[in-house]
Ligand binder design. Sequence first.
Ligand code: URA
Length: 280
Amino acid sequence: MDEATRKELTAWLEFYEELGIEGFYRRKPGTAGPAQATPVGVEPRISAAPQAPPAVTVTAKPTSPDFGVRTPDTRRDLRPPAPTFSLFEAAPAPRSGPETLEQIREDLGDCRRCKLAPGRKTIVFGEGNPHAEVVFIGEGPGADEDEQGLPFVGRAGKLLNRMMEAVGLKREDVYICNVVKCRPPGNRTPEKDEVDACSPFLYRQIESIKPRLVCCLGAPAVRTVLGIKEGITKIRGQFYNFGAAKALATVHPAYVLRNPREEKILHEDFEKIRDFLKNP
Ligand code: URA
């Protein structure tokens, strides 16, 4: 490291130390994520998010005594590279071996990492089989979910249940979660800083479950998980490589509630999920 960089880094470290922030880790550039999200069997035609520069991530609340300068471990890493420097982004848990969902939930704690915290009633962590073959990812909890602490239990959830039943999937066999775990006010789309704060926990959940398929419900999930900014109607129904797994994007059930004639496309994509899961 050259002298100028060393000085600048020291100044930043002192600055954050004054803020009471002590835990740092350096994310290895080029880990799997948006830049590697390519349609299966097709030349990449969508420009996925550009490769992020090495990101230094700061955590405001170290949760473990050995929380020092770290690089991500060597387990299969599905997390996209951090797109920006984030004050609130949580570091991966400093544990060896696969994490359980319980451990991740414990790390999340009574989360105050973003501005959604004061408005929420309940953290909606996720629900389902910890070894599910398929993980569904929505946008964020609505009023019913905030009340009950469970994902997709309102009207959009009923439609999701119906879509799953139609292709022989049982809710208890899959895992369901969201890009953000706290309800955005008025059910607005989660903002970037909120997604940046919450998504590391989502990536850790996916890593823990190790599903064969990740199904992104709607644009925020597609952006967060695959780093694809293209409109959902253009990219839906396609499989993407996603680490050792595959990912499929489809429309959000709430979109179908607003546009009932589009139910057939959601159903069509769920049939693709069924066919995918049939093949070992
Ligand atoms: N919409 C979502 O995106 N997630 C939920 O949990 C409920 C509705």
